[in-house]
Design a protein around this ligand. Structure first.
Ligand code: ADP
Ligand code: MG
Length: 319
């Protein structure tokens, strides 16, 4: 920022962001100093993830500030969920063409409400001028050695996904529809208001052998588990969980297999945990579908309802 704007920049941080920075046992020192000071408890590990959302790439132009705050934090917190972490704090780097007070009021109010819901404090950040872009870095904790990684899948493990897949991909085609029908409203809700599966991730510590959140599509994200774990997999298309709103869509299976933005969890677990996983689905009131198995041969094999091979479309890639 130019020096002429320095005062208002600091005043805005004080007014809109400082209230989100309540100090706690974890956040010993938040906004207003050179560094935030974080204090994980003895026996805990600190888990960290960062995500950038760029206007016109990750969200449309003129996207409401409230929706942006909710979605940006949810998408980022989803990485903590995938790792089995409990959220604690986050930083915010805000790049904007101008410091618009109405926009900032809406953005910070939603950010405050959502952060409180996840149990997170704002530890600090940076504010710069440029095309609208938001970088959130989230921090969580897990007991030492308990974090879920992508690299633990073993031959014979079962593959599960939470919730339903494909709705957020279906929403992309109806973002501009004026009066969406009931099905379209459900797809749009899944796109605009993803729900990070935090309770599931934390409950899977000690049960799942590997986990990932589905941001780029099941085929692509399961592919990361397979590569990191040095294994392959077979997935049964008939077992992919579809919402009632998507089931009749002609591209339902492709969306479920290759569409991103659902932020469900995909995880693997040895067969002896099947009963614990069924019980967890009951407790959390969240479907946990057994969709396939880890195999020795590298790569992902998809089997359609007739038992034939099916080739998934590629997941979203930026470059
Ligand atoms: P420095 O010049 O030391 O990097 P800054 O002027 O960038 O400090 O920031 C001053 C304080 O305000 C720091 O504590 C920083 O973490 C915080 N801060 C700046 N921008 C933001 C933001 N967008 N959200 C939250 N905290 C912010
Ligand atoms: Mg700075």
């Amino acid at each position: 920022m130019s020096s002429a704007e320095t005062l208002s920049e600091f005043a805005l941080i004080e007014r809109f962001f400082r209230p989100l920075s309540a100090e706690s046992a974890f956040l010993r020192c938040g906004i207003g100093d050179d560094c935030a000071v974080l204090a994980p408890a003895v026996g805990e590990e600190l888990l960290l993830s960062v995500d950038t959302l760029v206007e016109s790439v990750h969200f449309p132009e003129h996207y409401p500030a409230e929706a942006l705050a909710r979605r940006a934090l949810a998408v980022c917190v989803s990485d903590l969920a995938a790792a089995g972490a409990s959220p604690r704090a986050f930083t915010l780097t805000l790049t904007a063409p101008q410091l618009d007070e109405v926009w900032l009021a809406g953005f910070s109010a939603t950010l405050a409400a959502e952060a409180a819901r996840y149990g997170m404090a704002l530890a600090g950040g940076d504010t710069t001028r440029g095309p609208l872009c938001i970088t959130l870095q989230v921090m969580g904790v897990a007991p030492r050695g308990a974090a879920l990684l992508r690299s633990g899948a073993k031959l014979g493990d079962r593959i599960y996904v939470s919730g339903t897949l494909g709705d957020a991909r279906a929403a992309l085609a109806v973002l501009d529809v004026n009066e969406p029908d009931a099905d379209q409203q459900q797809w749009l809700r899944r796109y605009h208001q993803p729900e990070p599966r935090l309770a599931l991730g934390q409950a899977l510590r000690g049960i799942a052998s590997a986990a990932i959140d589905i941001s780029d599509g099941l085929a692509a994200d399961l592919g990361h588990i397979l590569r990191c774990s040095g294994v392959g997999a077979t997935v049964r298309l008939a077992s992919l969980p579809l919402s009632a709103a998507l089931a009749g869509h002609p591209s339902a299976l492709d969306y479920a297999l290759s569409g991103g933005d659902d932020y469900e969890l995909c995880f693997t677990a040895p067969p002896q945990h099947a009963a614990a996983i069924a019980a967890l689905a009951e407790t959390l009131q969240l479907p946990l579908s057994y969709i396939g198995d880890i195999a020795a041969e590298p790569g992902l094999r998809c089997i359609d309802a007739q038992g034939g091979d099916y080739c998934p479309a590629a997941g979203y890639q930026h470059f």
